[in-house]
Write a protein that binds this ligand. Structure first.
Ligand code: AMP
Ligand code: TRP
Length: 353
């Protein structure tokens, strides 16, 4: 625990209030794109001073679909560097790699034994992913139980995620409640916290689908966080819009492209819808809209890219930061795992009773 967190915790303890715990995770697969940043990472960074935060690079989750081992190692460090570069501060948040804290894998097994398989077969993301694969691993089905363990081993109150993860957080609640019912009050029942706009950034080439890391190799689909300014400019200028000429927010599916561009602008500039629309009152058509959206995106991403490059140039420092995060995470997850084992009737080594 850092001195600052210790002092804050001591203050909270003295005043009888405990700080709200936040847990979220992100997979080290594919290139981090603007949707990840606006829907998840930016919010984590903006609010990290208010809460006690745990941000986890979920390498075990990445293994649920086929990965190249060297590539996975690279992606894991790269994502860590990206999170620090995007503003997660090791003095305010615990940032760590999931597989470094073995309580996650062990906790998953224990929770498997209280989770009906029907709950997992119903998961929308499982059905979608399984449909696209010839062979489906047991890990893919079990994915949400591993995720539930991630969250509840930390007694997290809040889980900031994009809309697509709502169902998984609901499942984590169900598992926590079921465990509490069977074995007595053990886990905090977590809640998903989903940002209103930015919760769903859509593909630039097709605003009817979510912008996704898995499609970020498709030309014009995504803005990747490490894209050079001219690439960002090109992707946004190619974005699909419509045949009208009106720059305002709308939920008409025909106008999803323009709505998406305005949403991106809104989250980056932290403005209200009315302020955004008034910013564009003098714009001449969609060309102008795209130009200005590209400008704010480039302005936001340039310092992130620069910090990222510095960190990737010093892997020892990066690994040191991650080790510190894992130590802090173990200090919370390990005792909780022991409590779970004890409640379930396992003997803890070296302990009577
Ligand atoms: P993933 O890329 O699935 O590992 O997602 C990491 C985090 O980013 C999760 O909280 C997702 O919900 C969020 N996320 C991913 N894509 C988008 C998107 N297009 N819009 C908003 N949030 C997203
Ligand atoms: N499944 C999440 C995603 O793909 C990542 C994740 C794993 C996660 N464990 C978590 C998110 C715990 C929040 C809390 O986005």
């Amino acid at each position: 625990m850092t001195t600052e967190i210790k002092i804050q915790q001591a203050r909270a303890d003295m005043s009888g209030e405990t700080r709200r715990r936040v847990f979220s995770g992100i997979q080290p697969s594919g290139d981090v794109q603007l949707g990840n940043y606006l829907g998840a990472i930016k919010g984590w960074a903006d609010r990290q001073a208010e809460k006690e935060n745990f941000f986890c690079i979920v390498d075990l989750h990445a293994l649920t679909t086929p990965q190249d081992p060297d590539e996975l190692r690279h992606q894991t460090r790269s994502l860590a560097a990206m999170l620090f570069a995007a503003g997660l501060d090791p003095d305010k948040s615990t940032i760590f790699i999931q597989s470094h804290v073995t309580a996650h894998a062990e906790g998953c097994w224990l929770l498997n034994c209280v989770t009906p398989v029907g709950w997992l077969e119903r998961m929308t993301q499982f059905k979608e992913k399984a449909d696209n694969q010839e062979r489906v691993s047991t890990g893919l089905l079990d994915y949400p139980v591993l995720m539930a363990g991630d969250i509840i081993l930390y007694d997290a109150h809040e889980v900031p995620v994009g809309e697509d993860q709502r169902q998984h957080v609901e499942l984590a609640r169900d598992i926590a409640q079921r465990f509490n019912r069977i074995y007595g009050d053990t886990f905090v029942v977590p809640e998903a916290v989903i940002p209103e706009i930015g919760g769903r950034v859509m593909g630039l080439n097709d605003p009817s689908v979510k912008m996704s890391k898995s499609f970020s190799h498709i030309r014009g689909h995504a803005v990747r966080l490490l894209d050079e300014p001219d690439e960002i400019d090109r992707s946004i200028k190619r974005a699909v819009t419509d045949n009208e000429n009106e720059i305002r927010f709308s939920d008409d599916p025909e106008r999803a492209g323009v709505n998406n561009l305005l949403g991106i602008y809104k989250v980056i500039t932290d403005k209200t819808e009315a302020e955004v629309e008034s910013d564009f009152a003098d714009a001449r058509g969609y060309g102008d809209l795209k130009k200005r959206v590209a400008e704010v995106v480039i302005e936001a991403l340039t310092p992130i890219r620069e910090r990222y490059n510095r960190l990737m140039g010093d892997v020892e420092e990066l690994d040191r930061l991650l080790e510190r995060g894992a130590d802090q995470a173990r200090a919370v997850a390990d005792p909780k795992l022991d409590e779970v084992k004890h409640r379930m009737g396992l003997i803890l080594p070296g302990r009577k009773g």
